[in-house]
Design a protein around this ligand. Sequence first.
Ligand SMILES: Cc1cc2nc3c(=O)[nH]c(=O)nc-3n(C[C@H](O)[C@H](O)[C@H](O)COP(=O)(O)OP(=O)(O)OC[C@H]3O[C@@H](n4cnc5c(N)ncnc54)[C@H](O)[C@@H]3O)c2cc1C
Length: 322
Amino acid sequence: MIDVLVIGAGISGLLCATELQRAGVSVRVLDKGRGVGGRMATRRMGGGRLDHGAQFFTVREPCFQRYVDEWLKAGVIQEWFRHAPSDSNAAGYPRYCGRSGMTDVAKHLCESIKVHRSQAAVKVLRTENTWEVRTATGEVYRCRYLVVTAPVPQALTLLDTSSVDYAGLDLAALRAVRYDLGLATLAILDGPSGLANHGACPVDESPITWIADNQQKGISMDVPAVTIHASADFAEEHWDSADDVRGVLMLEAASAYLQSSVLEYSCHRWGFTLPLNPYPDAYFHNSDLSLLLAGDGFGGPRVEGAALSGLAASRALLDTLS
Ligand SMILES: Cc1cc2nc3c(=O)[nH]c(=O)nc-3n(C[C@H](O)[C@H](O)[C@H](O)COP(=O)(O)OP(=O)(O)OC[C@H]3O[C@@H](n4cnc5c(N)ncnc54)[C@H](O)[C@@H]3O)c2cc1C
């Protein structure tokens, strides 16, 4: 039996597992996806590569900076851009991205830890000192400590199958964590996008909020490819619309910013983008049940918040194990 099973191979779960493994703890990671990285996601389309979830990340905390420095040295990530120090909004912090897409970070972390892909955890059981996790394909994983890093509503749905009182009085605060919906339209262009600012273009006009040029970013060198994000309101309104409705509306809004025409496009729905009201602590820990919850729903919105939550959860576990 392994010491720790981490559900979720996003940045929080992978950093939690990495810290534990480096400390000599036996750890495994499960993810329901065929790929890894969760919302740090990259996709191929029409010969191009496009980041369709998180676009970049920043770093402020030394414990995350340590990893970022490792990734820079290993050539896993690169600086995409930074605003001039005079731009008070952005304060000159580097914006990092994967060298060939945001999933690069997760793929790199997975080189040193054992990750089981296409394994959706569907039921968890708590027996005396053990957690048993069953997956949709019928596999069973047993562990002493369980760390769940799925977005909070998904984590709670899973834990509800355990028939144990896992959160007590904290349950209401956990259930209160909500996320915005998201919708991305990915488009291949017949020429350069013409976007300024290194191809990173926040947009204030409904229904879109952001356009990124994956070619200028350096991940789709041969094929001009842009990612367009919609507002949460539009994503909700058009959650079930056909791509030739919602995608076309988003492309119409984006056309004012693009100097080339669209050759092909597709849309991607995100059930969870950023947590609107993260849980007040960096992770949730039920020490009686050897259960932890982590992720951006705890550490705060964005990649760094998720990373810090995963790292904090690993420290709590290491304290317990020692
Ligand atoms: C469209 C979009 C744009 C964004 N832009 C930015 C940005 O520019 N900068 C930034 O810093 N952040 C951005 N974010 C937010 C950032 O991506 C997240 O905060 C961060 O990646 C969350 O990491 P995580 O590990 O907490 O969760 P996730 O990345 O969601 O990882 C959770 C993992 O759990 C897995 N999982 C869930 N349920 C199960 C189950 N039952 N069994 C097995 N596995 C399961 C999922 O497959 C997933 O891989 C954006 C997010 C989106 C969606």
